[in-house]
Design a protein around this ligand. Structure first.
Ligand code: SF4
Length: 346
């Protein structure tokens, strides 16, 4: 049995043609599944009875189920523990801002990349998530959005468990479903793809015409420190990564965001700051720097940079004309902040 949520619009249209149904039936089914949240084919009353019967024979409508929810003390962050059909557990996070909601999606169960500041990396890799398991996380969060109206009103960041560009095909299918009018219908501008530096994935997005916001976990300004913090750097060196970022900017035109987790005496020295400014000036693209206070994950002996250091970095970067923000960490009390997704708190 195929899961309807694993099919792109064109794949569903092909299935319809193969069953001697009409191409437009695919759009009707998508509307039922993604907009009306139908969980069974019986309720799809605008489809011929015979088609509903055939669909029941060959397809299922299956999403991960919500096992547990944790709400932060400020009530602005909700972490979801979701169970896939094979029992694998994944996490996603809803962050509620005054003017928007942001859903942080996982693309893999666990992660093979082992970034030093990340709890998910320490779990090891279990498996890739299917497109249905990725978009299924959005369904889980929808009831917790105050407006109850989701169309066009939420942002998505692929920053949860796993590396989205290492699960490229399913990430792509899920991301396209987010922008598909008959599904979630959000603008490509509302989608951010965060990568630890999987260069071929960035090149694939250019090849496939995927214009999303690109966010790169930079975290260090030289290969020596980056090899330690973000081990994928041993395969795709900093220079290669920066070249890929420049190509993506040339293709997309939107600023690339460099994420930088601030770790005391590891990557927050004055030399690092000056090197970062030099790198940004050399690549000549529009970019932003997002400084992230390190969240302790009880795995590494790292400690967070002082707020004075973080403020100094921001002031210096801004003086140099670099757009810079300090990430307001949400949900740290429920282990839902950056780098903390690994079953903690549940
Ligand atoms: S930061 Fe991302 S890529 Fe690195 S280990 Fe964590 S989940 Fe994987």
């Amino acid at each position: 049995m195929k899961n309807i949520l694993d099919l792109s619009r064109s794949e569903l249209e092909k299935e319809m043609t193969g069953m001697s149904a009409k191409k437009f039936n695919a759009a009707q089914i998508m509307e039922w599944v993604y907009i009306k949240h139908a969980e069974a084919f019986e309720v799809m009353t605008n489809l011929p009875v015979s088609l509903r019967e055939t669909l029941k024979k060959y397809f299922v409508i299956e999403r991960p189920t919500v096992e547990k929810k944790l709400v932060s003390s400020g009530k602005d962050t909700i972490k979801y523990l979701l169970k896939c059909s094979d029992g694998v557990l994944i996490e996603s996070v809803l962050m509620k801002h005054i003017d928007r909601h942001t859903i942080c999606l996982s693309s893999q169960a666990g992660c093979a990349y082992g970034c030093a500041m990340c709890a998910t990396g320490s779990m090891g890799f279990k498996r890739n998530l299917s497109a249905a398991e990725i978009t299924g996380q959005v369904f889980a969060a929808l009831p917790d959005m105050d407006s109850g109206e989701y169309s066009g009103k939420f942002n998505v960041v692929f920053m949860g468990m796993g590396e989205p560009l290492a699960n490229y095909d399913n990430f792509k299918k899920a991301a396209l479903m987010l922008t598909e009018k008959k599904a979630f219908g959000i603008s490509t501008k509302r989608i951010t793809v965060s990568t630890c530096g999987v260069v071929p994935g960035i090149e694939n997005m250019i090849r496939d015409g995927l214009r999303f916001n690109l966010s790169v976990s930079l975290h260090a300004v030289n290969d020596r420190v980056r090899d330690m913090l973000v081990p994928v750097n041993k395969k795709y060196r900093l220079e290669k990564l920066l070249t890929a970022c420049a190509k993506y900017f040339a293709f997309n035109g939107d600023p690339v965001t460099f994420e930088y987790v601030m770790i005391k005496n590891v990557n927050d020295r004055e030399d690092d700051l000056h090197e970062l400014i030099a790198i940004i000036s050399d690549i000549k693209i529009d970019c932003k720097v997002n400084l992230i206070p390190y969240n302790r994950i009880n795995i590494k002996e790292f400690s967070a940079s002082t707020s004075a250091t973080i403020d100094l970095w921001r002031e210096t970067l801004e003086k140099e004309g670099v757009i810079c923000s300090i990430r307001r960490e949400m949900g740290a009390d429920i282990n839902a902040a950056c780098g903390q997704l690994a079953g903690g708190g549940f």
